[in-house]
Write a protein that binds this ligand. Structure first.
Ligand code: ATP
Length: 310
């Protein structure tokens, strides 16, 4: 695991109980700087509670948290000055325009916030609609206005609780593009979601939370990497290919598929030597594709390994 200075969020043994129920159970999360990080779990898994802990909105029963290397809740005020967060659906004055809403908020902050309004509206793709009343906005536009509000603080970290909930496919696409741009500017975006597909498409890395516990975390590539990587090999003489690979060290199993064979590797670096063996043995290889599990398959595998609900 990376060191503190590389991680913008770090929690250790973080625990929160509501009566008998443990909503967050000894959670260690490390969020690297400058990435989109997904906090993935079913409804009730503990995502909102962890976010509320990070923002100092509720008190932990045990454990420690750091944002940008500083302890929370001890240095909450200084730390949160550079953090933008949307925990619930953002509320705006419907009778005011998007720009007017941001002016009201900026006026209550530091003087520089006012000068950031136009840039923030542009960044979230609302420049064209900034003069319209917010009550005419779609849910996706309100969410993006919420992000624009966060940007008034020039945050290095954005914490967004289920930001894509209820958005239509077009809204999701725009939101995803906006997140990529925010990360491109060097910010970190931490977002919670129960939408596996969205986390896979939007985030560079993720933690999977199940009944208050983090059961897996890492880059999306690491999370979806199966223990037994597989290759699909399109080739002209599949029976010969199976014979040639029968005694190959890098092959744990192999079988016929429509246009060739499917191979389960015994190590992750066997593809090149398998290819060489086939070609030298007289098999024409026209396709060699690693079989990648989707995050959804992986999520179902790991969450189902956990015992009965507490
Ligand atoms: P969702 O996606 O449905 O919002 P979540 O992953 O954000 O779910 P949390 O809202 O953090 O989950 O809830 C985790 C657990 O803690 C749930 O069992 C929930 O019922 C419980 N919980 C959360 N807040 C409270 C509270 N204020 N009082 C009692 N129990 C709570």
């Amino acid at each position: 695991m990376t060191t503190t200075s590389e991680n913008i969020i770090e929690t250790r043994g973080l625990t929160k109980r509501f009566g008998q129920r443990v909503a967050v159970a000894g959670v260690d999360v490390s969020v690297p700087r400058g990435c989109a990080f997904g906090f993935l779990g079913h409804n009730g898994a503990g995502k909102t509670t962890l976010i509320r802990l990070l923002l100092g909105l509720t008190q932990a029963d045990a454990g420690t948290m750091q944002i940008a290397g500083r302890p929370i809740p001890q240095e909450r005020a200084q730390v949160l000055a550079r953090v933008g967060a949307i925990v619930e659906e953002p509320h705006f004055h419907g009778h005011l325009t998007g720009r007017e809403n941001l002016r009201v908020i900026a006026a209550a902050r530091d003087p520089q916030a006012v000068s950031r309004i136009d840039g923030a509206l542009q960044r979230v793709g609302l420049s064209d609609r900034a003069g319209d009343r917010v009550r005419t906005y779609s849910q996706g536009m309100r969410q993006r206005l919420g992000v624009a509000r966060c940007l008034l603080a020039e945050p290095e970290l954005l914490i967004l609780d289920e930001p894509m909930n209820g958005l239509d496919p077009g809204g999701i696409l725009e939101f995803r593009k906006m997140i990529a741009e925010l990360v491109g500017e060097g910010r970190t975006v931490f977002l919670s979601s129960h939408l596996l597909d969205e986390v896979e498409k939007t985030c560079d890395a993720a933690a999977v939370i199940d009944r208050g516990r983090v059961i897996a975390q890492g880059s999306i590539g690491e999370l979806v990497r199966s223990e037994h990587a597989e290759l699909e090999i399109g080739c002209d003489r599949p029976e010969l290919a199976l014979d040639l690979l029968d005694s190959h060290d890098g092959v744990a199993a192999a079988q016929r598929i429509d246009d060739g064979i499917r191979v389960t590797l015994s190590s992750n670096d066997g593809a090149a030597s398998i290819n060489a063996r086939l070609v030298q043995g007289g098999v024409a290889v026209f396709r060699l594709t690693p079989v990648r599990e989707s995050l959804e398959q992986r999520f179902l595998e790991i969450t189902s390994q956990i015992g009965d609900p507490q």
